[in-house]
Design a protein around this ligand. Structure first.
Ligand SMILES: [Zn+2]
Length: 417
């Protein structure tokens, strides 16, 4: 049994090894594992102990295979290309172009910004509160009819329902209320429109009369619903909620754009601090160095936010105008984590680049004594492979330890850092 599992692990790890060396690598690891297992059994170890040791041994197969892969000339070539600033910017530009093409010209983002309904400010979504806090429920068709007959604040009310395949069922007034027959409704593509027939609950859209406010309409609908349900003793009664349509559709636009702008803003502030430090030290700005930093600081968050709008469920709105668990807490959390990661990467990548040619610094050398408190502090020195300078990075940062320092070796760019 142990031998079978070990074989399976080694055969899986072998897929990481470059094809030319794969068969030989697999043979060597399999025979080594077999001998190791035989040796452990000969020593009279407990089966549990043998199993644990073999697992550790097989985990090493993955590490070894991964190393083989990273030493492969093709991977080393990609890593070499990543050192160049142009390649990183080209990757970001490629990602943006792929998002643009894959989303058919940012169709969801465009439909969040532009509303092609007549007078969209008067359109509202209507639902009722559920038993749980924040829960919204769809409206019964009979209550909708009662509202239609007795309200004084709406020019029109209509109900709708949809399925995942792009079919929508709507009441006859639906297109009059919207003022058009849209291809997308609530950011959802609708392929077929059908007439709503049965008694299934509906999402409700209303067009307010000119001058009527959403709050007044909400109060009226609540009063009417109370009249409609006068015979009910159940508590709490569902309460009608009226939400402006445009604000609801643009909600993901505003929330993610704010987070994205915050990330870009923080990175640009970091760039300003760096530029001011440059001016203070040498009265000269390293334009290329900071232009590269600004380009990636804008490009990466922009690609992230467009990807989340176009390809994730962040823009999915439920029938009642609410959000799903995936849209609201989870994707917002994921986006905040991604923004934090972007800030970390932009700063770390910039720090590890040559101040003159922007290539990533190489050949790290450890200098100093680890643990030294007063003198000879431990740190790492990296150099530019084109000989522009060297960067010293201290292991610990403190007031009395020499800080991070760039030493220019090329007189053409002798700007200290
Ligand atoms: Zn350089």
């Amino acid at each position: 049994m142990i031998a079978v599992v070990s074989q399976w692990v080694i055969r899986s790890a072998a897929w990481l090894v470059p094809r030319s060396a794969r068969a030989e690598w697999r043979r060597a690891w399999l025979s080594e594992t077999w001998h190791y297992a035989a040796l452990l059994e000969e020593r009279g170890l407990e089966p549990g102990e043998i199993r644990a040791r073999l697992w550790r041994h097989c985990a090493g197969a993955f590490a070894d295979a991964w190393q083989m892969r990273t030493e492969d000339p093709a991977v080393a070539g990609v890593r070499g290309a990543l050192r160049k600033p142009g390649f990183c910017l080209a990757l970001i530009a490629l990602a943006l172009a792929a998002i643009l093409a894959g989303s058919r010209g940012l169709v969801r983002t465009r439909s969040m910004i532009g509303q092609n309904y007549a007078d969209p400010g008067r359109l509202v979504l209507i639902s009722e509160s559920g038993i749980m806090m924040g829960e919204r429920i769809a409206v019964a068709p009979r209550l909708l009819e009662y509202w239609k007959a007795h309200n004084t604040t709406f020019a029109g009310l209509a109900g709708y329902r949809w399925d995942q395949k792009g079919t929508a069922w709507v009441t006859p007034e639906f297109f009059d209320v919207l003022g058009t027959r849209p291809r997308r409704f609530l950011l959802r593509e609708i392929r077929t429109w059908k007439a709503a027939g049965n008694d299934a609950p509906l999402g409700v859209i209303g067009r307010l009369l000119p001058g009527a406010s959403a709050a007044a309409a909400q109060n009226e609908l609540r009063d009417l619903a109370d009249d409609y349900r006068f015979h009910l003793k159940r508590f709490p009664f569902p309460q009608a909620a009226v939400t402006p349509l445009v604000g609801r559709i643009r909600q993901p636009l505003y929330s993610y754009a704010t987070l994205c702008a915050g990330t870009i803003g923080l990175l640009l502030v970091a760039a300003c601090v760096g530029v001011i430090a440059d001016l203070r030290r040498s009265r000269r700005i390293r334009r290329r160095y900071w232009a590269y930093f600004c380009a990636k600081s804008v490009g990466v968050p922009l690609a992230l936010v467009l990807a989340i709008w176009e390809f994730s469920g962040a823009t999915s709105i439920t029938l009642t105008g609410g959000t799903t668990f995936l849209a609201e807490p989870f994707l917002t959390w994921l986006f905040i984590v991604a923004c934090g990661g972007t800030i970390w990467w932009c700063l770390a990548d910039q720090k590890a680049r040559c101040r003159a040619c922007l290539q990533r610094l190489q050949y790290p050398v450890r200098i100093g004594s680890p643990g030294a408190v007063l003198f000879d502090h431990a740190g790492t020195e990296l150099v530019c492979c084109e000989g522009h300078g060297a960067l010293y990075l201290p292991e610990i940062s403190s007031d009395y330890v020499q800080g991070e320092e760039w030493t220019a070796l090329d007189s053409a760019d002798a700007v200290p850092r």
